[in-house]
Design a protein around this ligand. Structure first.
Ligand code: BGC
Length: 755
C-alpha cells in the first residue's frame, strides 16, 4: 500500500514537472510567434537542401544563404559535419531578424558514418535491445556531426520484394515491425531530446508506402481499411506511442488522395485518433508531386497539404511561394499556418536550440565519437546477428581454418557494395570486404585464394543504373569466360569454395524496383560451374531484398544470407563463416520461390478452397508451390534446438486474465547458440476472415550446448484483438490455436477458448 502511494506520488510529481515544462515551452513559443510576420511563419515551414552527395529527386534549392538570412528556411538537410552546420546556423542566428535556429536533418537510416547493415538485415536479428542500442549509437554520431533530426525509422510493411525499398524497413510483419519501430524511436530520442546525443526521430513513410502497386516505387496504393488497420498501420502507431517527434508523409495516394494532402490521414487519424503532438514533414517534393497526381496547381496542392495537417514542406518550396497569397485569398487561415509554425518551433525548443543553437556542433566530439573503434564493434555485432543461415545441409559450415579456401565472386573483394542503400554519410572505402575479413579472422596461416569469377551483372543497362552514386557494378575488362576459368582453377585447388554473389547496393533501395529478382545470370553461370567442380560450395548472398534463389542454390552445400551488412561486413561474415559466431538471424520477409508468386507472406488467409494437390479446383499454381522457398521466421544455426513440453496454464481465457504458454527449448547440438522462439495465434472463427497465423510474441534466448530453458509467453485477451468491419478494436469469443516454433512453418500447437 505504502509502495503504491509512493509510486503514485512520484508519478504525480513527474506529470506536474512535465506540465510545467510544457507551459514554459508554450509561453516561449507563443511570445516568439507574436513577434513573427506572416512571411517569417511561412519561412519556418520550409525544409530544403542545398544539394548533397545523394539528392533523391532532381530539385535542390538555390540562394540558400540568402533565404536563411531572410528567415525563409526552417530546416536544412544534406548539410553534415560541424563546420558546414555551423556556417548555416551562423547565418540563421546572426543574420535573420528573429535569430531562430535551424533544424538539420539527414537520412541516418542504418547508422551514420559507422554504417550498420541495411534495416531489413538489422530486423533479422529480432533483437530489439540491440536495435535500440544501434539507433542510440547512430544518434550519438549524427549529433556529434551537427545533426538534430534523422529521417528514420522507416517502418513501411512490405510484402513485395520487387520494391527496392524493402531494404529500408523491417519486413512483412506488423507485430515485429511495431516492436522495432518503438525500439528505434527510443534509441534515437533517448530520455530527453535536450540531451546532446539524442535527436528527433521521424517515422516514415506515412502511410502504406510499402504496398505500392506492382512493387513500382512511388506508385498508387489502394487498400481496404481492415487491411490497413490490422496489417499496415501498427508500426507507425507504435512509433507514435513511443513518442516519435516527427512523421514524414509518403509519396503514394490512399483512397485516392495523396498522403501528403490527406486530411483523414494526417489529422483525423494521426492527430485526433492517435494523439500525435509533433510535426509532420512532406517527403522530398511530395507536395509538388501532387500536381502530377492531378490534384491541382502548386498553390492548390500547397494549401491542401497545409490544411490536411502537413507542417513542413520538403524541397518543393510550394509553401514558401504560395501560402501568403492563399492566406490573402482566404483559402487557408492563420490558424493553419500557426499550427504548423508552432510545431516546428516546439521541435526546436525541445532540442534546446533556443538555449544554444550550437549545442550539436562540437568538432572535438565529432573527432572522438564518430566512426570510433567501439562503434565499429557495435556495427560488427549487429551484422553478425543480422545474417540468416538459409541452408547448411552437409554441415559444411562452419569452415575449418585449416581448409584451403577459394573465395570467389564479384562481391567477395568489393568495398563499394558493403554499406548498402541510403548510407548517406558512409564512406565505402572504410568498409571491410569479405577477403580482408577472412584474412583478419582466419589468421596469417589461412590458405585462401581469390578470384572475381563473374561480373555482378553483364547487363550494361542495369550496370549504368546501378552506378549513379559511384561505381557499384564494374564490368571487368576480361571476358566472362576468362574470369570463369580463373575462378575454376582456384576452386579445383581448394578444399572448399566460398562464393559471394547477389545484388549491388544500388540495385535496391529507392527508385530501384526490379521485375526480375533472381540472382543475375552472370552469377548463376558462375555458381553452376563451381558446383560442377564437385567441391563443396558455400554461397554467401548479399542483397537488399529477398531474392528468388530458385535455380541458383540447388548445388550449394550451404547458403548464408548476409544482406548488405555495413562497414564491418567482411569481418562479421568471416566471424560467422569460421564459427567464431553462431548465426542466429531469422527472416523477417519470406523468400519467394518465384517472382510470379509475389506477394508471398506467412500470414496469408485460408481461402474457400484451400490448397489441395488432388483437387484441381483449389487455390494453387499449376507450376509453382504456394509456399515461400524460405518462410518468415526461418533461420538455421550451427547447433540444433528442440522444442518440447508445450504447456498452457489454462485452456480458457477470460478478459482481464492471462494464459501462460510455456515451452522447453534445448540446445541439442555441440555449439552454444541463440534461438528466436516465436509465438503465433489463429482465430478459428472470426467475423472477418483471419490470417492463418499471426505473430504475437518472440524471445531471443541464448543456450549453451546441451542447455535447456523454459520460455514463457503471456497471452491475454488484448493480444487477440483486431479491427473488425466497423474498425472497432475487439476480440471475439471462441476457439483459438496457439502455436510456438522456431519459424512460421514448423510449429507446435494447442487450442484454447476465449470466453
Ligand atoms: C525519400 C525519403 C528521404 C528523403 C530525404 C526521399 O526521396 O523517400 O525516405 O528521407 O528523400 O532524403
Amino acid at each position: 500500500m505504502k509502495k503504491t502511494m509512493l509510486c503514485l506520488f512520484a508519478l504525480g510529481v513527474f506529470f506536474t514537472q512535465l506540465q510545467a515544462q510544457d507551459q514554459k515551452m508554450n509561453a516561449f513559443v507563443q511570445a516568439l510567434m507574436s513577434r513573427m510576420t506572416l512571411e517569417e511563419k511561412i519561412g519556418q515551414l520550409n525544409l530544403i537542401t542545398p544539394g548533397s552527395d545523394i539528392p533523391t529527386g532532381s530539385v535542390v534549392s538555390s540562394n540558400v544563404e540568402k533565404k536563411i538570412a531572410e528567415g525563409n528556411v526552417g530546416g536544412l538537410f544534406g548539410v553534415i559535419g560541424p563546420d558546414k552546420v555551423k556556417q548555416a546556423q551562423d547565418i540563421a542566428v546572426k543574420q535573420s531578424r528573429l535569430k531562430i535556429p535551424l533544424l538539420f536533418g539527414s537520412d541516418v537510416i542504418h547508422g551514420h558514418k559507422t554504417t550498420f547493415p541495411i534495416p531489413l538485415g538489422i530486423s533479422c536479428s529480432w533483437d530489439t535491445a540491440l536495435i535500440r542500442y544501434g539507433a542510440s549509437i547512430a544518434a550519438k554520431e549524427a549529433t556529434a556531426d551537427g545533426l538534430n533530426w534523422v529521417f528514420s525509422p522507416m517502418v513501411d510493411i512490405a510484402r513485395d520484394p520487387r520494391w527496392g525499398r524493402v531494404a529500408e524497413g523491417s519486413g512483412e510483419d506488423p507485430f515485429l515491425g511495431a516492436q522495432i519501430a518503438a525500439a528505434m524511436v527510443k534509441g534515437y530520442q533517448g530520455n530527453s531530446l535536450a540531451d546532446k546525443n539524442t535527436l528527433l526521430a521521424c517515422v516514415k513513410h506515412f502511410a502504406l508506402y510499402g504496398a505500392a502497386e506492382g512493387g513500382r516505387d512511388y506508385n498508387s496504393v489502394d487498400m481496404s481499411k481492415i487491411k490497413m488497420y490490422n496489417e499496415y498501420l501498427p508500426p507507425y502507431k507504435a512509433a507514435v506511442d513511443a513518442g516519435v517527434a516527427s512523421v514524414m508523409s509518403s509519396f503514394n495516394d490512399i483512397d485516392g488522395v495523396p498522403a501528403t494532402g490527406n486530411k483523414w490521414l494526417l489529422t483525423d487519424l494521426l492527430r485526433t485518433k492517435w494523439g500525435f503532438k509533433g510535426m509532420v514533414a512532406s517527403d522530398y517534393t511530395s507536395i509538388g508531386e501532387m500536381v502530377n497526381h492531378r490534384q491541382g496547381d502548386i498553390s492548390q496542392v500547397s494549401a491542401q497539404s497545409l490544411k490536411a495537417g502537413l507542417d513542413m514542406d520538403m524541397v518543393t518550396e510550394g509553401y514558401l511561394g504560395t501560402l501568403k497569397k492563399s492566406f490573402q485569398e482566404k483559402k487557408i487561415g492563420m490558424a493553419d499556418i500557426d499550427r504548423a509554425c508552432r510545431l516546428v518551433l516546439e521541435a526546436k525548443y525541445k532540442l534546446g536550440l533556443f538555449e544554444d543553437p550550437y549545442r550539436y556542433i562540437d568538432a572535438e566530439r565529432a573527432a572522438k565519437e564518430v566512426l570510433s573503434e567501439s562503434n565499429r564493434a557495435v556495427a560488427r555485432k549487429i551484422a553478425q546477428e543480422s545474417f540468416v543461415l538459409l541452408q547448411n545441409d552437409y554441415k559444411t559450415l562452419p569452415l575449418k581454418k585449416s581448409s584451403s579456401i577459394a573465395l570467389i565472386g564479384p562481391l567477395a573483394n568489393d568495398k563499394n557494395n558493403m554499406l548498402g542503400t541510403w548510407a548517406v554519410s558512409g564512406d565505402p572505402q572504410k568498409s571491410i570486404p569479405v577477403l580482408d575479413g577472412m584474412k583478419n579472422v582466419g589468421g596469417a596461416s589461412l590458405k585462401i585464394q581469390y578470384a572475381k569469377g563473374a561480373n555482378i551483372t553483364d547487363d550494361p543497362n542495369l550496370a549504368r543504373q546501378s552506378n549513379v552514386f559511384g561505381l557499384r557494378v564494374e564490368i571487368d575488362k576480361r571476358s566472362p569466360d576468362e574470369m570463369l576459368q580463373e575462378a575454376l582453377a582456384i576452386a579445383r585447388q581448394s578444399d572448399v569454395v566460398v562464393a559471394v554473389v547477389g545484388e549491388a547496393t544500388e540495385m535496391t533501395g529507392e527508385a530501384a524496383s526490379r521485375s526480375d529478382i533472381t540472382i543475375p545470370a552472370s552469377e548463376v553461370k558462375l555458381l553452376k560451374a563451381l558446383y560442377a567442380t564437385g567441391k563443396p560450395v558455400v554461397v554467401v548472398v548479399m542483397s537488399g531484398r529477398p531474392l528468388v534463389l530458385t535455380g541458383a542454390i540447388e548445388g550449394a552445400a550451404a547458403v548464408l544470407q548476409t544482406w548488405h551488412a555495413g562497414i564491418e561486413a567482411g569481418n562479421a561474415i568471416a566471424d560467422v563463416l569460421f564459427g567464431a559466431v553462431n548465426p542466429s538471424g531469422k527472416l523477417t520477409m519470406s523468400f519467394p520461390y518465384s517472382v510470379g508468386q509475389i506477394p508471398v507472406y506467412y500470414s496469408q488467409k485460408r481461402t474457400g478452397r484451400p490448397i489441395d494437390a488432388n483437387n484441381k479446383f483449389s487455390t494453387k499454381y499449376l507450376d509453382a508451390p504456394n509456399e515461400a522457398l524460405f518462410p518468415f521466421g526461418h533461420g538455421l544455426s550451427y547447433t540444433t534446438f528442440t522444442y518440447s513440453d508445450l504447456k498452457l496454464s489454462n485452456t480458457e481465457l477470460t478478459k482481464g486474465k492471462k494464459i501462460e504458454v510455456e515451452v522447453t527449448i534445448t540446445n541439442t547440438g555441440a555449439m552454444d547458440g541463440a534461438e528466436v522462439v516465436q509465438l503465433y495465434t489463429l482465430d478459428k472463427i472470426r467475423s472477418i476472415t483471419p490470417p492463418e497465423k499471426e505473430l504475437k510474441g518472440f524471445q531471443k534466448i541464448y543456450l549453451k550446448a546441451g542447455e535447456s530453458k523454459r520460455v514463457l509467453f503471456t497471452l491475454t485477451e488484448e493480444m487477440l484483438r483486431f479491427y473488425n468491419a466497423s474498425l472497432q478494436y475487439v476480440s471475439e469469443p471462441g476457439e483459438f490455436t496457439v502455436m510456438v516454433g522456431g519459424n512460421s512453418k514448423d510449429v507446435f500447437s494447442r487450442d484454447i477458448v476465449l470466453k
